[in-house]
Design a protein. Structure first.
Lengths: 199, 323
């Protein structure tokens, strides 16, 4: 039980995919322009991660070492297709906003890394919790970056404007703003960790 | 007394120059430009300059205080950054534009990298580009020169700079070279009066604070390229117009020559200057923006480590190895 909790919580804290492992930067930078997009992306990635981790862990004894990567990709793309079709059917607006980045979850390196480094070596329940923790960690990180960028760069949060006399800093919502926000946040996380180590 | 015995590697000959003295000398050389800008655009220009400089100093002091480092705002570098940023703004911007720009220039482009000497990009230009990307509406609203101290009124029209008019293909009546040289044209506070800029540049060159390599190669490259490709047919471009308009003189003499963000060797500086000139001409003639000096310098700043790596000065006494 304690092991399960540890595998779950590590994805949110020390091994956070965005701030700790610095994986999956392509969707992080591209989608974090608004909070709604970020949460949509995070939830879809979490769904795929939990699904693929579980199935890969179940099949880990049957997948030959040599063809493991293509096999992983087939499993991952199954879940991505489910996710994409569901989103197209029920959330067409979100689907239009995320665009190409939903199918691109297939090559998201967080999912590949967890399959390779964790699910193919550990039991089903552990892998499931690992996937869930990583997914939630990714969603949280995306949400933090996106709320900062949306607040500063567009003057709103999840589409609601609160500051009336505020001229948004347009650059933060553009591509350089994504790199800037991410870099400053990683610096902050490293700073806090350094401080913890010293004390 | 113990400090008198310093053991250090060569060189042992020291000039009596310090970073602070050089920075303040560059500030001095920029004074005529500032006065010309205030004379041309009136008191709003003065306010922009004061706000830019003060907020740069406050930002640097604040960050150094928070990081519990020695506060070094007296070395002139933050003052110079704020001053150059203000010179790169139109005179009529809202009061918060120079404040936000200086904050970005000092906090993000300089202190995040570790402070003076460690920044990759010229802080003042980074601040300007940040402002331009964020609030293009204010950054591209220029005023016609009003000469308020001569005429006693502030009547001025908003208009586009000569380069922007050229880009849109509607440069109505050609501006005379004399007007461009003296600064009788819309533009940023510190870029319009070429005469004042050249005075400051001559002072720096004669005192040896900057070398001719970067400005010369920068300006000549831009001139040649705009002469070849700037006109309707080849070799018919108005190269003098391109050299005198925009921020080329300000950028080439005062910002591309920043010690921290330019190559160390003279050969490298020539390469750097040619690159800046090439990018400026390409942006002006074919890209979407009317003016490209700031982007050209920033892009070449990124190449400086590479230039320094491949073009090394010959070490004294070293003999070229035969292959």
């Amino acid at each position: 039980m304690k092991r399960l909790f540890r595998e779950f919580i590590k994805g949110i804290t020390i091994e956070n995919p965005t701030f700790g492992l610095v994986l999956g930067l392509c969707p992080t930078l591209a989608v974090s322009t608004s909070l709604v997009n970020a949460i949509g992306m995070g939830v879809s990635a979490t769904f795929v991660l939990v699904g693929s981790n579980t199935i890969i862990s179940l099949l880990r004894r049957f997948i030959s070492e040599r063809i493991r990567l293509p096999a992983f990709i087939v499993i991952i793309s199954t879940f991505v297709t489910i996710c994409e079709l569901v989103m197209k059917a029920y959330l067409p607006v979100l689907d239009a906003a995320l665009g190409i980045y939903v199918p691109l979850i297939v090559v998201n390196c967080i999912i590949m890394a967890r399959a390779e480094a964790f699910a193919s070596k550990n039991g089903v329940l552990l892998s499931l919790f690992d996937g869930l923790g990583m997914g939630i960690g990714f969603t949280l990180a995306l949400a933090i970056i996106a709320s900062l960028r949306e607040l500063v760069g567009a003057g709103s949060l999840a589409g609601f404007r609160f500051w009336l006399h505020f001229e948004p800093v347009t650059m933060i919502i553009l591509a350089p703003g994504a790199l800037l926000t991410l870099g400053l946040l990683i610096a902050l996380v490293n700073f806090i960790q350094e401080k913890k180590k010293r004390n | 007394m113990g400090n008198n015995l310093i053991v250090s590697p060569s060189p042992h000959l020291h000039k009596k120059e310090s970073v602070a003295k050089i920075m303040w000398m560059v500030v001095v050389s920029l004074i005529p430009t500032g006065l010309a800008g205030i004379f041309i655009f009136g008191l709003p220009a003065l306010w922009v300059i004061i706000l830019g400089v003060v907020s740069a100093l406050v930002t640097e002091a604040g960050i150094q205080f928070l990081a519990q480092k020695k506060i070094t705002i007296c070395d002139g570098s933050a003052f110079l950054t704020g001053l150059l940023l203000a010179y790169n703004l139109p005179a009529g911007v809202p009061f918060w534009i120079p404040i936000v720009g200086s904050f970005f220039a000092i906090a993000v482009a300089k202190m995040v990298f570790g402070g003076l000497g460690r920044n990759i990009f010229n802080p003042a230009l980074a601040g300007r580009v940040f402002l331009l990307a964020s609030w293009p509406k204010y950054m591209t609203t220029f005023f016609t020169p009003s000469f308020p101290f001569l005429r006693g009124s502030y009547d001025a029209l908003t208009t586009a700079t000569p380069l922007a008019q050229l880009k849109e293909g509607k440069l109505k009546e050609a501006i005379s070279y004399l007007d461009l040289f003296l600064g009788n044209r819309p533009g940023c506070i510190g870029e319009v009066c070429i005469l004042a800029l050249l005075l400051g540049a001559a002072f720096l060159l004669i005192r040896g604070y900057i070398s001719w390599h970067i400005p010369f190669s920068f300006i000549v490259t831009t001139g040649i390229l705009t002469y070849i490709f700037g006109g309707k047919t080849l070799f018919s471009g108005d190269w003098l117009f391109h050299i005198l308009s925009g921020g080329l003189i300000l950028g080439a003499f005062f910002m591309a020559t920043d010690y921290v963000t330019s190559p160390l060797s003279f050969k490298g500086q020539v390469v750097f200057g040619i690159g800046c000139g090439l990018l400026t001409a390409v942006i002006r003639l074919w890209a979407g923006y009317p003016e490209g000096v700031s982007y050209a310098i920033l892009i070449m700043n990124a190449f400086v480590p590479l230039i320094d790596r491949h073009i090394r000065p010959r070490i004294y006494g070293q003999v070229k190895s035969k292959k």
